[in-house]
Design a protein around this ligand. Structure first.
Ligand SMILES: C[S@@+](CC[C@H](N)C(=O)[O-])C[C@H]1O[C@@H](n2cnc3c(N)ncnc32)[C@H](O)[C@@H]1O
Length: 199
């Protein structure tokens, strides 16, 4: 990578990180802890326990303050890796993490997780990738045999188009839609196209 490209990428990363840090500092994402977000988390946790019982290895991209890991509880994972662009959010997640968790600050479009995973989760975060399908496909190369992706997308004017793009690279194992007083959220369990499901 040329020096100018590398400089621009670092600058864009810092601007993004600062924007998200500002929003976390202002408490703009406190709503994620609310009752009207519970259904979304509960569906993901249900899928994890049903599809990968025991001690799955999980990576969550755009994990925010680690709410999913905290709610899933330590007995339901063998390893949990969380990535977020906001170091403020990661500090908060880290403060409540156990020895099986690793939290990292980074950009989902460039981060390379170590090892392989049973589950890769994008919970309300794939919107922030510059190229969602390519990003999901890149992470999917880190799936173990029979590994799965879980992706949630809140219903908004571009969500159908986003799902449509993602559909090109993945087969659908299952999906569930939650409707709360605040929003409608679709959660899909995906596997790389052509991969056989053990279920
Ligand atoms: C709507 S929040 C969802 C947080 C968490 N998944 C949840 O549901 O509570 C989106 C998260 O994506 C993170 N994010 C945004 N752009 C990102 C990027 N390029 N790389 C990694 N994380 C990013 C934000 O900092 C934020 O924590």
């Amino acid at each position: 990578m040329g020096r100018i490209t590398s400089f621009i990428k670092r600058k864009v990363f810092r601007m993004n990180r600062d924007r998200w840090n500002y929003q976390y500092d202002k408490g703009l994402w406190e709503g994620l802890k609310g009752l009207d977000e519970l259904a979304r988390f509960s569906v993901i946790i249900g899928y994890i326990k049903y599809l990968k019982p025991g001690q799955p290895e999980i990576v969550e991209i755009g994990c925010g303050e680690g709410l999913l890991q905290q709610r899933l509880q330590t007995q339901n994972y063998g390893r949990y890796v969380g990535l977020d662009i906001s170091d403020r959010a990661i500090q908060t997640a880290q403060a409540q993490a156990d020895g099986k968790c690793t939290y990292r600050v980074g950009d989902m479009d460039t981060y390379q997780p170590e090892g392989s995973f049973d589950l890769i989760i994008f919970n309300e975060s794939i919107y922030y990738s510059r190229h969602p399908l390519e990003t999901l496909q890149r992470y999917a190369t880190r799936l173990k045999a029979n590994g799965l992706l879980i992706v949630t997308i809140n219903d908004h004017k571009h969500s159908d188009e986003l799902w449509h793009r993602i559909r090109d690279g993945f087969d659908l194992l299952d999906e569930a839609t939650t409707i709360t007083a605040k929003s409608t959220c679709v959660c899909k369990v995906l596997l790389p196209k052509g991969a056989k499901s053990e279920l």
